[in-house]
Ligand binder design. Structure first.
Ligand SMILES: C[S@@+](CC[C@H](N)C(=O)[O-])C[C@H]1O[C@@H](n2cnc3c(N)ncnc32)[C@H](O)[C@@H]1O
Length: 666
């Protein structure tokens, strides 16, 4: 592709010419400001080093006159009492413009102006723009650069973007050909790729033209505007700056003081590193507005898929063209809803709610609430299980992603060899830190759910948190990150208000009063846990649930039990009918249970000897029907959680899981 750019040495000369050109059309750069260049930041603006004082808040640093802006309105030669825009020599056929729409028209208009070279009105601007060899977005990555983004979402996103642009380019070229457009062969794919990269990396939204274009002609989306000179400052997340649309020009106003020598930064919006790399070709280390988009792969016939379809039918307007906001935020993310629970500081409400529906059991899914703003499982007694299951699922996803980044990064050289690799490394390191810090937080809530000794008082929580944080290897995170994790954990209430709702098998007996625990334990060890079925968790959980449920129903023992246990058993009996027939094929565990039931006399004999007399009297607990009920309850009410989640910090996980039964606290 031809180049109209200056060599790097002459870059700032070209920018001085650009500045003079903008000024000659009525533009302005504040005296306190100069254009500078360095290798990592490229061309940027800064307050002059020798300027005697900081520039103060509300300083207008740049004005770009409307006459030098470039947009769709130039391509159509727009004119209204509010303002007009010239085509400056590029005449795209109206049949083409109508067929391809505003954005493609702008891209082809930019290509046309580029092809005019020195004859273009915008030549002083175009020659300062990065050329294909200087582009650092992933579509310009060479093979060895691609190694640095393996295991991340970027390769898929790049393929998708390539395909979309490729199709659009073909479509546009066909329309141009049909219209008999002259010089078509110069409009190459490479030039199209360059034009689109310029647009995604520097264009502003149509709002900047609001004083020059009638409201009715100005759509909220789909018009990109190039603003020579204002597009020069680099991005700094959260920089305080405003673009002011005037009748003659667009101004860039600083909303904070900036010291001599300091960079004048723009704010491209709260972009994450993936958006920055894909659209702009750079990334920011420790980007506070970084977050990761999670793809759930929701099947249309799944419970969540069906709920989404119902939501789309009930609220067609609200759900039209809206992306799923399934995000995991970095631990420093500053733009959180002020009142949200602490888990939402790292998991977006939409992702969390979607996972509660996916991981919820049938009982919980009967309480799905579908409204305009989302789909969730209603909060009520018993539904905290889906909260824990969703947090467990996020933890598994985080562990898998950490391991994937580690394995795909194993053969990378120690240091990146060029700017693209440098940004790709910043991106992948940022993803890994984001995953790891989020895992500390999700696994904290799960650790509290597994904690049966300590409560929610400050001293207990402090001790528990110290224990949890001690699982992070020393020096693994900077102190600032560790303290932010602590703040995140402690600053807001948790989605799981109470500790101790998840029980591993043998812990279930702790729900019984002390005087029953001894005999039950002996009976369990001598008669239940000694057969070949003892290694099958489905069988063992079913037997334990059956035993606890019968204990809660026996007239002899019920008065001795806690209201927590009797309420739970009563709730389960009302939720899971005893006589429900099960059409599912039998699992190995269920076959075991049938065999046990057929030999129930053996188990009942032992009961009296061990002092669990109520089990000897009430022989029903080993009936096939009861055991089937307990099996159904166990399968539905268990939660699989990671065994030692933070172990992934030191070694690749075998992804060990532990089953725990959910028993709500009142
Ligand atoms: C709107 S332009 C800014 C002007 C640009 N520096 C130039 O040399 O033309 C956006 C481009 O600037 C670069 N950029 C912006 N902010 C940056 C930052 N914080 N760090 C590194 N590069 C940045 C990226 O190459 C991006 O595509």
């Amino acid at each position: 592709m031809a180049s109209i750019a200056e060599s790097p040495e002459n870059r700032l000369q070209a920018h001085t010419d650009l500045l003079n050109w903008v000024i000659s059309h009525g533009g302005f750069l504040a005296d306190s400001v100069c254009i500078a260049h360095d290798d990592s930041r490229g061309v940027h603006m800064q307050v002059k080093r020798d300027w005697p004082s900081p520039i103060s808040k509300d300083t207008r640093v740049v004005n770009t006159p409307l006459g030098v802006t470039m947009s769709y309105f130039n391509a159509i030669g727009y004119s209204s009492p509010k303002g007009s825009f010239s085509k400056h020599g590029i005449e795209l056929p109206s049949s083409f413009i109508d067929a391809v729409g505003r954005e493609e028209t702008t891209a082809f208009f930019l290509m046309g102006q580029f092809l005019r070279g020195q004859d273009s009105f915008w030549y002083p601007y175009l020659r300062t723009l990065p050329q294909p060899g200087q582009m650092t977005t992933p579509l310009f990555f060479e093979e060895e650069d691609v190694d640095w983004i393996q295991g991340t979402g970027i390769p898929d996103a790049s393929v998708q973007r390539f395909q979309t642009w490729d199709q659009k380019f073909d479509f546009c070229m066909e329309r141009l050909e049909e219209s008999g457009f002259q010089g078509l062969e110069e409009y190459t794919w490479d030039l199209y790729l360059w034009a689109w990269t310029i647009i995604t990396s520097r264009a502003f939204s149509a709002k900047v033209l609001s004083s020059a274009v009638k409201q009715a002609d100005l759509p909220e989306e789909g018009v990109s505007v190039l603003l020579p000179l204002i597009d020069l400052p680099n991005h700094r997340p959260l920089a305080k700056v405003e673009w002011r649309a005037g009748e003659e020009d667009i101004g860039m106003i600083m909303l904070e003081d900036i010291s001599p020598g300091e960079e004048i930064s723009n704010n491209y919006g709260p972009r994450n590193n993936e958006q920055l790399l894909m659209n702009y070709g750079f990334c920011i280390s420790n980007n506070p507005t970084d977050y990761r988009i999670v793809k759930l792969g929701v099947k249309s016939d799944s419970p969540l898929g069906q709920a989404k379809a119902r939501q789309a039918m009930m609220f067609p307007e609200a759900t039209k063209n809206t992306d799923d906001h399934y995000y995991i935020f970095n631990v420093f993310y500053p733009l959180l809803a002020p009142e949200g629970p602490m888990e939402h500081s790292i998991i977006s409400p939409a992702l969390f709610n979607a996972l509660t529906v996916m991981e919820g059991n049938d009982r919980e899914r009967r309480d799905v609430d579908i409204n305009e703003s989302g789909i969730s499982i209603m909060h009520k007694y018993g539904n905290g299980r889906s909260t824990l299951a969703a947090l467990a699922q996020v933890s598994f996803e985080l562990i898998a992603h950490i391991a994937m980044l580690r394995s795909t990064g194993e053969d990378l050289p120690d240091q990146p060899a060029n700017l693209k690799q440098t940004f790709a490394k910043i991106y992948r390191d940022g993803q890994s830190t984001l995953d790891k810090t989020a895992l500390v937080i999700t696994s904290w809530t799960l650790a509290r759910a597994r904690e049966h000794r300590r409560g929610e008082g400050w001293e207990d929580i402090k001790a528990l948190l110290a224990e949890h944080m001690s699982k992070i290897p020393p020096g693994y995170f900077p102190d600032e990150t560790l303290s932010k994790i602590r703040v995140r954990i402690l600053e807001r209430p948790s989605l799981v208000p109470k500790n101790g709702e998840l029980f591993r098998l043998m812990e279930l007996f702790a729900l019984l009063p002390a005087e029953l625990q001894g005999p039950c334990g002996t009976y369990w060890a001598e008669h239940i846990a000694s057969g070949p079925w003892a290694t099958d968790p489905q069988v063992m959980f079913s037997l334990a649930i059956s035993l606890v449920a019968i204990t809660a129903r026996s007239e002899q023992t019920r008065p001795m039990l806690s209201s927590r246990l009797t309420r739970w058993v009563d709730f389960l009996i009302s939720e899971y009918p005893l006589d429900a027939s099960n059409d599912q094929p039998e699992s190995q565990g269920q076959q075991f249970l049938h065999a046990l039931s057929a030999n129930k006399e053996r188990f009942i004999h032992g009961a009296a000897a061990c002092g669990v007399t109520w089990l000897a009297e009430s022989t029903e607990w080993m009936d096939a029907q009861w055991l089937q009920w307990a099996c159904t309850v166990g399968d539905a009410e268990r939660v699989l959680i990671p065994l030692e989640p933070l172990q992934v910090f030191v070694e690749d996980p075998a992804m060990a899981k532990q089953a725990a039964l959910y028993v709500p606290r009142e």
